[in-house]
Design a protein around this ligand. Structure first.
Ligand code: ZN
Length: 271
C-alpha cells in the first residue's frame, strides 16, 4: 500500500521528465475511482504546463500553470512513466500524455485512488486543509506530539493514523515506528511521557527516511517501458509478521486489531 515514502519516491521519479513539461491530452479509460474523475478534467489539463511537483502527506501534487492536480494512490495505485506507444493494460485507467512523448500512467487495480482538481491553492482543499504537520519537518516534534496527545484516550497507534496529528503516516510505518520506539501500539496516547514522545518522533522520522532512501535506490528502474515503480520493501520488523520471531529478541510477534487496522508488536521489546 502506498504510504508517504512511496509517494515521495514517485515525486522524485517523475520530476526529471514531468517538471516543466506540457500536458497535451488526458485519456481517461475508467473514471470510477474512489471519487469519479470529473468529466471536465481532461479539458482543464489539455495544454497545461507542469510547474511544480510536490507532496503533502500521502497526496501527490502536480502543480500546473492553472491549478493543481491532487493525486491519491489509495490502496493499490501507482504512477509510472512510459513512452506514448506503450499500450495500457487492464488496470491502467488514466494517462497524462505529455508533449515530450512521455506518458504519466495511473495504474490502480482496486480503484481506491483519486484524481482531484484544485483551482486554488491545494492546501485549502478540503482533503488537505486539516492535515497536521509533515512528519519529516521540524513542526513535527516531541512537544507537538506530547501536547496533541494530552486528554486523548485513543491508543497511540490510532492517534498516529489520524492525519491531523501527523500527515501521511499509514499502517505499515506507524507499526514499524512504534516498534523502534519500544512502545506498544495499544498504549493510550495521553499516557505517553515527554521522553517517550521524543523517542517516537525520532523513530517515525528515521523509519520514513530509511524507506525513502530504499525507494530512491529503486528509482533507476523507474523509467522506461517497464517503468513500474514496484513498491520497494523496506526490511520490516513487525508489520505483517504475526507469529514470526521478533528480529531483535526472538519472541513471537503478536497482532491486535485497533480501530479496524492490524497492529503488530513484540510483547517484550514494546511496553
Ligand atoms: Zn522483541
Amino acid at each position: 500500500m502506498p504510504e508517504l515514502p512511496e509517494v515521495e519516491t514517485t515525486v522524485r521519479g517523475l520530476a526529471p521528465r514531468v517538471l516543466g513539461a506540457r500536458i497535451c491530452r488526458v485519456a481517461v479509460r475508467e473514471p470510477r475511482l474512489r471519487w469519479p474523475i470529473a468529466p471536465e478534467l481532461a479539458d482543464i489539463l489539455a495544454g497545461a504546463q507542469v510547474v511544480n511537483l510536490g507532496r503533502r502527506g500521502k497526496y501527490l501534487l502536480l502543480g500546473c500553470d492553472r491549478g493543481t492536480l491532487i493525486v491519491h494512490l489509495g490502496m493499490s495505485g501507482s504512477l509510472r512513466l512510459v513512452r506514448e506507444e506503450v499500450a495500457p493494460t487492464v488496470h491502467e485507467h488514466v494517462d497524462l500524455i505529455l508533449e515530450n512523448g512521455w506518458v504519466v500512467r495511473l495504474r490502480d487495480p482496486r480503484r481506491f485512488g483519486a484524481l482531484l482538481w484544485a483551482p486554488e491553492a491545494p492546501k485549502s482543499h478540503p482533503l488537505l486543509a486539516r492535515l497536521g504537520p509533515e512528519p519529516l519537518e521540524p513542526g513535527f516534534n516531541a512537544q507537538w506530539l506530547y501536547r496533541r496527545t494530552r486528554g486523548r484516550k485513543a491508543t497511540i497507534k490510532q492517534a498516529l493514523m489520524d492525519g491531523r496529528l501527523v500527515a501521511g503516516l499509514g499502517n505499515i510505518y506507524a507499526n514499524e515506528a512504534l516498534f523502534h520506539a519500544g512502545i506498544r501500539p495499544d498504549t493510550p496516547a495521553e499516557r505517553l511521557s515527554r521522553l517517550r514522545c521524543a523517542r517516537l518522533v525520532a523513530a517515525i522520522k528515521k523509519t520514513l527516511r530509511l524507506a525513502i532512501r530504499a525507494g530512491g535506490s529503486s528509482l533507476r528502474d523507474y523509467v522506461g517501458s517497464t517503468g513500474e515503480l514496484g513498491y520497494f520493501q523496506l526490511k520490516l520488523w513487525v508489520y505483517d509478521r504475526a507469529g514470526m520471531p521478533c528480529r531483535a529478541c526472538g519472541t513471537l510477534i503478536r497482532v491486535r486489531r485497533l480501530g479496524q487496522r492490524s497492529s503488530f508488536y513484540c510483547p517484550v521489546c514494546q511496553r
